[in-house]
Design a protein around this ligand. Structure first.
Ligand code: TA6
Length: 298
């Protein structure tokens, strides 16, 4: 649908507006008294979140691609129907195909101080090239005093299927070497830096002194990112999610990523709301599952 049609059918003056985003991709701006979020139809990708009175919360690489069929490096990538390289074939796209596809706008709305947009991706011949699941996937972005991103997957076919999934949130920080994350004390995690091993988080906050890539499992706790350099705390709460990934590539891995600036690694950390490893989700025919990330700043 063209931008003028999107604005005619789904635009709400001063609340939801569609315009060319980065790379000329169609992007919605969703504005409520509590802040603004921007969402590409490409990948149903939240590219930015600006709570009223605060600095941007989401990080975006200056080297990100903004092209059909390519992932965006920053914001909130939607990882579905598999996480990382756990797809069914050797050439399965990393983190699944949902973030590579153009989604459709299904609805927009304003309810008091809450503004929202819902986008939908349906199984089709392209998705079946990678994965035979019959599904409807909806991403609902709600701006109020916080940013809510919820991913609802429905099995519309006759066979059960199992998915892994993540809302892969990139958060902007002053300097990764000065922040700490609490909320995961005692949780077991899969550490994928070097040889993959299972460890258990102690009571101390998570701090960063090198590449960090940890998938915490069987935890539904909210995480708090304390950033003294920016004088703020970002909370990532969740529902329908039993895994949390914490990731910073550090310098060497950053230099290996062509869509990530070599000097950008100090400015971000991912706290990803997920269902992966032990927490994969199996949906029977007709069954639906919703995973939500709620991001707030104080
Ligand atoms: O969530 C952490 C992770 O799985 C890292 O291992 C790294 O691969 C990151 O995701 C980014 O993946 P991407 O496919 O977006 O480059």
């Amino acid at each position: 649908m063209e931008l003028d049609e999107l604005n005619y059918h789904f635009g709400i003056d001063g609340v939801v507006e569609f315009a060319p985003g980065p790379g000329g991709l169609a992007q919605a701006s969703v504005t409520a008294p509590g802040g603004t979020a921007t969402v590409l139809l490409h990948g149903a990708h939240v590219t930015g979140y600006w709570p009223a009175g605060h600095e941007p919360v989401l990080w975006m690489s200056r080297r990100s691609w903004f092209e059909p069929g390519k992932p965006v490096r920053g914001g909130v990538p939607v990882c579905f129907p598999w996480f990382s390289s756990t797809g069914p074939a050797a050439d399965s796209p990393h983190h699944g195909f949902a973030r590579l596809r153009e989604w459709e706008v299904e609805s927009t709305g304003l309810d008091g101080d809450l503004a929202e947009i819902t986008l939908v991706l349906l199984a089709d011949d392209d998705t079946r090239r990678y994965w035979l699941g019959q599904f409807e996937l909806r991403l609902r972005v709600t701006v109020s005093e916080t940013l809510s991103v919820s991913l609802e997957a429905e099995n519309t076919g006759g066979e059960a299927f199992t998915i892994t999934e993540a809302l892969h949130s990139y958060l902007a920080v002053s300097d990764i070497r000065g922040v700490r994350i609490t909320g995961l004390a005692g949780a077991e995690y899969v550490d994928t830096v070097g040889e993959t091993t299972r460890r258990r988080q102690g009571d101390e906050p998570i701090r960063f002194a090198g590449e960090t890539d940890r998938a915490y499992v069987n935890t539904e706790s909210a995480c708090v990112l304390d950033d003294p350099g920016m004088g703020r705390r970002i909370t990532v709460a969740q529902s329908g999610s039993a895994s949390t990934v914490v990731w910073n590539p550090w310098s060497a891995k950053a230099a290996r990523m062509s869509d990530y600036g070599d000097d950008e690694w100090p400015g971000m950390v991912c706290i990803e709301t997920a269902n992966i490893y032990d927490n994969a989700v199996t949906l029977a025919p007709g069954e639906a599952h919703t995973m939500e990330a709620r991001i707030g700043v104080e």
